[in-house]
Design a protein around this ligand. Structure first.
Ligand SMILES: [Zn+2]
Length: 217
């Protein structure tokens, strides 16, 4: 479903032609109020973040509007990997260095989530602010709009182009949370998003062999 976020004026058409997303600046010391995703026309989504927390939580909600939470940032596109590595995530527009994306999902604690398949594990540890102590993990698998779950883990010869930063969304013991990632370099449209799950992830999965996921094209 393609939904134009707002009517394009002449200046917007010119900007859309360059297909480079704008860098979403976070308001200093405050939660994002505007959705950080981009729309299919290449412009920053003008909608408000879907939820807000009371100041009691000292935490920020996942900074997407309802639509982008559900369907994912239109600046990113999920594809089937041509060599059978499952789904991959590709930049649909040019992403500037520092482009913000959120890996979000349902918060679970060890033992409460019986459906996890170890081979399909896309969970991520949740380190909510303030304090940033681990508070269960996030399971994005029931959330197709959480498209970062499809970003590949780079093989030994591949360079990661996205990395987790120190921002978290959702509050301690909440039901939903997210961890922020950013583009660690500028990413041209059509490029696959690759991150490094880290040595811990691999240590827990000795049965999986690392291989290069890059495509030849
Ligand atoms: Zn939005």
């Amino acid at each position: 479903m393609e939904v134009a976020c707002h009517a394009a004026g002449p200046h917007q058409v010119a900007a859309a032609r360059t297909s480079t997303c704008s860098l979403q600046k976070k308001p200093h010391g405050k939660p994002d109020r505007q959705c950080i995703a981009h729309c299919s026309n290449g412009f920053r989504c003008p909608r408000a973040v879907q939820t807000s927390f009371s100041t009691r939580h000292k935490a920020c909600p996942v900074p997407y509007c309802e639509r982008h939470l559900k369907f994912g940032d239109d600046a990113l596109k999920v594809y089937q990997h041509p060599k059978g590595f499952g789904k991959i995530l590709v930049a649909r527009f040019n992403l500037p260095k520092g482009y913000r994306m959120v890996y979000h999902g349902l918060r679970q604690t060890t033992g409460t989530d019986p459906h996890l398949d170890p081979d399909e594990d896309r969970t991520l540890w949740f380190y909510p602010a303030p304090g940033f102590e681990v508070n269960g993990y996030l399971d994005p698998s029931p959330c197709p709009g959480s498209v970062l779950q499809f970003a590949a883990n780079g093989g030994p010869q591949e360079v990661a182009n996205i990395r987790q930063n120190d921002r978290s969304f959702g509050h301690r013991n909440g039901s939903y949370g997210g961890m922020e990632y950013e583009a660690s370099m500028s990413i041209p449209a059509g490029t696959q998003l690759v991150h490094n799950y880290g040595s811990e992830w691999w240590k827990d999965r000795p049965e999986l062999k690392r291989s290069n996921v890059g495509t030849d094209s």
